[in-house]
Design a binder for this molecule. Structure first.
Ligand SMILES: C[S@@+](CC[C@H](N)C(=O)[O-])C[C@H]1O[C@@H](n2cnc3c(N)ncnc32)[C@H](O)[C@@H]1O
Length: 466
């Protein structure tokens, strides 16, 4: 096959990052945005020996799994890739993703994967959104076709996929809430009207970098965190006055200052402009305090479902000592504490641990202890001597999974029960493969926290071999 070849293909299955897979005489073709069952005409834009990447020329016959996307920016925006896919098909595809990740490892290929636990709230489900400012606006096809003239030097929204410096100026977004979209529009008008310069990702200059909105699901508390490249108290006072007047729903305003080059919405220093500097949300019976930099699952309703799977999988006894590793703000620790003797949480980020301790105290939970540190260094023999040998480990590492030395340490320690919560089945499968001599993997339960995206959380239940 050569670049430029035109083919008619039927899409077989979803792949990563909004891609799908079709085959032409055995040759694998990646098709952007395809849905299994779609009949498409595509042209190869890249042709390798074993696979090619294509551009869609025409959708000849749509798959019955297609549905109407709700958002005007669907296709252009990188936020949602699957709004055009029936939700039940999304759930099936996510289960398949988990099975495929494990199938790659012969020792763990056949572990039962339960059907994905879905949600009734497939839109407006996020409690946190990070919008980016950019001095380089990306125009959608619809905007170009409108013939209107746009100011391209200012945008606030989400990145155009594949264009690190360009941002789509979003007037609507179906991920967080209607209120959040109105705040985005309000802050954009205010900042642009005040001639505050947006961050230029090429020259690394400008003032406005990110607008982070955290909105508690159960308490309604709402944090606006404007991330800027430097501190400007006068501007912040003006923004505070504007928000107080136009959006009384905002309970706290933070100015995170991030002067570094990295394109993250992480404030190196945090300045509370008004309100308590945190919001509170409920998971299960407990109220959690969430700071601007703390990790907190972004889908509160489904996080509860995820934690209840973890709790069920752990098969707790009242005498159990539990380690909650990679514990963030202690949400899992608190969620399970009433079922066990004691929980020890470990987390890298100091502020999250402070939040975890405050959360435990505020909820009157006394049988939990938190330590700050890198698992790689902290999780060793002296840690176990300090806290005691655990009966159960719950691990919930970031996307990269666990360091091999941490996995080896778990295998050596071999607590009776292990529950592995993961947001990346590929690294989860890799880590579990390394544990098969020490553990049996009994079952897995995918949970959908991110409708319309290919992201999936998966919980695995393991039991130490005798
Ligand atoms: C997927 S989050 C899980 C948080 C928590 N279990 C929850 O559900 O809210 C992963 C957490 O691991 C922390 N983390 C990342 N690398 C770490 C490391 N090397 N040692 C300890 N914690 C780490 C992150 O800061 C983050 O809070």
């Amino acid at each position: 096959m050569n670049k430029g070849t035109t083919l008619e293909v039927t899409v077989e299955k979803f792949a990563d990052r909004g891609m799908s897979i079709a085959r032409a005489d055995g040759y694998i073709v990646f098709v952007p945005g395809g849905v299994p069952g779609d009949r498409m005409r595509v042209t190869l834009v890249r042709a390798r020996k074993n696979f090619g990447e294509s551009r869609v020329d025409a959708l000849l016959e749509p798959s019955p799994l297609r549905t109407e996307p709700r958002c005007a920016y669907f296709g252009a925006c990188g936020g949602c890739k699957w709004q055009h896919v029936e939700y039940s098909a999304q759930l099936d595809a996510k289960r398949q993703t988990v099975s495929d990740a494990f199938r790659a490892f012969p020792g763990i290929a056949d572990i039962p994967v339960h059907p994905t636990l879905g949600t009734e709230e497939t839109y407006f489900y996020r409690n946190k959104m990070e919008f980016s400012f950019s001095a380089d606006r990306w125009l959608t096809q619809a905007e170009i076709a409108s013939g209107e003239r746009f100011d391209l030097s200012f945008a606030l929204g989400l990145h155009a996929p594949g264009h690190f410096n360009k941002v789509i100026d979003l007037a609507e977004c179906h991920l967080q809430s209607e209120l959040s979209a109105r705040i985005v529009n309000g802050v954009r008008d205010f900042a642009r009207g005040s001639s505050w310069p947006a961050w230029n990702l090429k020259t690394h200059s400008g003032y406005l970098r990110h607008l982070v909105i955290r909105q508690a699901r159960h308490t309604g508390e709402l944090m606006v965190n404007l991330v800027t490249s430097y501190l400007d108290e006068e501007r912040m006072a003006a923004l505070a006055a504007f928000l107080r007047e136009r959006f009384p729903e905002v309970t706290t305003l933070i100015n995170g200052v991030h002067s570094g080059m990295s394109q993250t919405a992480f404030g190196e220093s945090l300045h509370t402009i008004f309100g308590p500097g945190v919001i509170r949300d409920r998971i299960g019976r407990h109220l959690f305090e969430i700071g601007p930099n703390a990790f907190f699952q972004t889908n509160t309703t489904q996080a509860e479902r995820l934690y209840s799977v973890a709790r069920e999988f752990a098969r707790f006894r009242p005498t159990d000592l539990v380690y909650d590793l990679y514990c963030g703000a202690g949400t899992i620790s608190l969620y399970v504490a009433d079922a066990v003797r004691h929980v020890v949480g470990v987390e890298l980020i100091e502020q999250a641990v402070e939040n975890a301790r405050a959360n435990a105290a505020a909820n009157g939970v006394e049988n939990v202890t938190f330590e700050t540190g890198d698992m790689l260094r902290l999780f060793n023999r002296s840690f176990v001597e300090r806290h005691g040998r655990p009966d159960v480990l719950i691990v919930d590492p970031p996307r990269a999974g666990m360091h091999p030395k941490v996995v080896a340490q778990i295998a050596a320690l071999r607590p009776e029960r292990l529950v592995y919560v993961s947001c990346n089945p590929l690294t989860q499968a890799r880590d579990l493969e390394a544990l098969v001599e020490a553990y049996t993997i009994d079952e897995m339960q995918p949970v959908d926290l991110f409708p319309h995206t290919f992201h999936i959380e998966n919980v695995a239940r393991l039991t130490a071999r005798a």
